[in-house]
Design a binder for this molecule. Structure first.
Ligand code: F6P
Length: 365
């Protein structure tokens, strides 16, 4: 048994917010084990993200509560997309009341810090709360890998494995029936998941939001493959993918256009566009929440555990207002202002785009 060390933080709350993802429980365990075993801190588990702190829904988290959760999907704390600052300053100012409730309950619980596990929204809220005087430490989780300030988020690697396996499986039907198989992957406004799974699964075409597509170029690529005797193709589409024409529209027109044409989702629209352009038989598959479910990959367990224990070192030193992060092979931290209000998209010169093109993948242009 290690001797209990000195810590600035004696008691903290922990919550998980935004979409669930593999590795959340591994991170909760990492935080809690290091906090108890190394520093003897006491922990309050807040239920359902920031909502739990508004609705007074919490419980003490004891060591036995985190036994056996390393491999479990989802989050033992529950989650929600509650954004307490949204619409702040509006006439009824419900947001103001929510923020006030969070601040009051933080005080009532006697917390020295609040540890928030989440994506862009969660860490942005964490940043805003830290400006309101609360001590916050953030952890970057999401299958989208779109958080500024960290090279990778936990959840991404597991979702990538699931997306890749799905592409592998679609190859069977594509080959047997000489069809075009479109697969839509999540990723919100970023193309990380589709790009990586597309490369890992040998996608013939990959469409990501960062590179608006031209259906004519897609049609040409499919015809070329066909004339080379390749009668089938796999098209990997990020949920945020958009056409060149849409990219030129202003925000309002694009929203309206997408409401009318993205039915039931972008993968189906792309499949319809391909059939109309080429006359080739095309089918769409949307992987949806399958990508977020189930056990975390070994890589995500390691990352989540490392980030969790690193967060506790920040708590021990009283280094608040920061998000733990992976940079290269090092675990460190960045100021919460770094991820706040940002989405990390795939840069146009990212090596993975060139990798995809080098192996003959069409990026839709
Ligand atoms: O951020 C994770 C994510 O799974 C995105 O890829 C997707 O756009 C979104 O969440 C779906 O959110 P919800 O769970 O609210 O439907």
């Amino acid at each position: 048994m290690e001797k209990i060390r000195q810590s600035v933080t004696k008691k903290f709350g922990i919550l998980t917010a935004g979409g669930d993802c593999p590795g959340l429980n591994a991170a909760i365990r990492g935080v809690c084990r290091a906090a108890y075993d190394r520093y003897g801190m006491s922990i309050v588990g807040i239920a359902a993200g920031y909502r739990g702190l508004i609705d007074e829904n919490w419980r003490p988290l004891r060591p036995q509560d985190v036994y056996g959760i390393l491999t479990r999907g989802g989050t033992i704390l529950g989650s929600s997309r509650e954004k307490p600052f949204k619409d702040s300053g509006s006439d009824d100012d419900i947001a103001g009341e929510k923020v006030a409730a969070i601040k009051e309950n933080y005080k009532k619980l006697g917390l020295d810090c609040l540890v928030v596990l989440g994506g862009n929204g969660t860490n942005t809220t964490g940043y805003l709360l830290s400006k309101e005087g609360l001590n916050i430490v953030g952890l970057p989780k999401t299958i989208d890998n779109d958080i500024e300030g960290t090279d990778r988020t936990f959840g991404f690697h597991s979702a990538l494995s699931i997306g890749t396996e799905a592409i592998d499986r679609l190859h069977s039907t594509a080959q047997s029936h000489n069809r075009i198989m479109v697969i839509e992957l999540m990723g919100h406004k970023a193309g990380w998941l589709a790009l990586y799974a597309g490369v890992a699964g040998g996608g013939d075409i990959i469409l990501i939001p960062e590179i608006p597509y031209d259906i004519k170029a897609i049609g040409r690529h499919l015809q070329e493959r066909s004339s080379e005797g390749k009668g089938f193709s796999i098209v990997v589409v990020a949920e945020g993918a958009l056409s060149k024409a849409e990219a030129r529209m202003d925000k309002k027109d694009r929203k309206k256009y997408r409401l009318e044409t993205v039915t039931p989702s972008i993968g189906y629209r792309v499949a319809r566009e391909i059939e109309a352009e080429t006359g080739m038989e095309t089918r769409a598959t949307v992987l949806g929440y399958m990508q977020r479910g189930g056990i975390p990959s070994a890589s995500d367990r390691v990352l989540a555990t490392s980030l969790g224990t690193a967060a506790v070192e920040l708590l021990a030193k009283g280094e608040y207002g920061r998000m733990v992060a992976l940079t290269g092979n090092e675990i460190g931290s960045v100021d919460l202002s770094v991820p706040a209000n940002k989405v990390k998209t795939v840069p146009e010169n990212h090596y993975m785009i060139d990798t995809a093109i080098s192996v003959g993948t069409c990026m839709g242009v």
